[in-house]
Design a protein around this ligand. Structure first.
Ligand SMILES: [Zn+2]
Length: 314
């Protein structure tokens, strides 16, 4: 078992041990999780049955045993709180997540499921977090020839994003809406040009509000595209309205929503969508109020904590 998987299983086991123990006693987990959970070391042995719930409980019991029950469950809660704090997740969202985790394993299971996917789907790429040095995806494919239009013929996206784009555009087309892709993958070198041109034309402060320094652009992941006019007017077009309402269903997440400039570092960009995949997009919607930046920051801090946990365990 790799470090990552081991760490994830370990945390899962810890939280489930804690959930089971608390519900058996009928005490409010929120009040007692931290002070009491250290006493709990295992879950009941008779959990297995033929039902799907039984399968889950059986898996939980096995995972708990795999983790040896040596780690006090209270440690998990403290760690989760710390991760939420470090990721600067707002109070109300944090409280929701903590109470969800206390009630059922769904948050953790959903998270682990998302983390099984391609790491670049959830890689935090923002003003503070760059991609690996001069990162270039290996599966870029040319766009065009499908249900969408392209504003130039040299656009490329990673294969999964391109396939999803076609699926989304075909659905839009059925409803009489044509989606136009105006910008997609940008290499490190190309981003140098974009950023420097913007600085020249609008000054550094304005350029920073809507373009990334090289290495810090979501476009360099090959999983991000700009649509239509790349101006605020896009939001009021048919395609803009359709995408605002439907892109999420296809795994495309609006990166820089209106009113979140202090969170994302970017002004509202109604045209800029990142392909996160359907599962991660559902996770963002279900637990982080649809704000991609919160979810990716949380995952970033989770992975950091997990690496620490598993290196301690080795
Ligand atoms: Zn963009």
């Amino acid at each position: 078992m790799g470090n990552f998987t081991k760490g994830a299983f370990f945390l899962l086991a810890a939280v489930l041990v804690s959930c089971g123990a608390e519900s058996q006693r009928g005490v409010s987990p929120r009040d007692s999780a931290v002070q009491d959970a250290g006493e709990e070391t295992g879950v009941s042995e008779d959990a297995a049955s033929e039902s799907p719930e039984g399968d889950l409980e059986d898996a939980i019991a096995r995972l708990s045993r795999a983790a040896d029950g040596t780690q006090p469950a209270g440690d998990f809660w403290n760690r989760l709180r710390l991760i939420l704090e470090k990721a600067e997740i707002p109070e109300d969202i944090s409280r929701n997540i903590l109470s969800t985790v206390m009630e059922s394993p769904s948050f953790i299971l959903d998270l682990l499921f998302c983390l099984e996917g391609d790491p670049f789907l959830y890689a935090l790429v923002d003003k503070q977090h760059a991609l690996p040095d001069r990162y270039e995806p290996s599966d870029l494919v040319p766009l065009g020839g499908g249900s969408y239009r392209v504003s130039r013929d040299d656009l490329r996206l990673r294969e999964a994003a391109a396939l999803s784009l076609e699926e989304m555009a075909a659905a839009a087309k059925k409803e009489g809406v044509i989606i136009t892709v105006s910008s997609a993958y940008r290499s490190f070198d190309y981003q140098v040009e974009v950023y420097e041109r913007n600085v020249r034309e609008m000054g550094k402060a304005a350029a920073d509000r809507e373009s990334a320094r090289p290495g810090f652009s979501q476009h360099q992941t090959g999983l991000t595209a700009d649509f239509g006019s790349i101006t605020d007017a896009f939001a009021e077009t048919e395609a803009g309205r359709w995408m605002a309402a439907n892109a999420g269903r296809f795994g495309w997440s609006l990166s820089f929503p209106q009113g979140y400039e202090d969170v994302t570092g970017y002004r509202w960009e109604s045209w800029h969508f990142r392909y996160t995949g359907k599962e991660l997009n559902a996770f963002i919607d279900a637990y982080f109020g649809g704000i991609q930046q919160y979810a990716l920051r949380f995952i970033h801090e989770w992975k950091t904590a997990e690496q620490t946990a598993s290196s301690v365990q080795e």
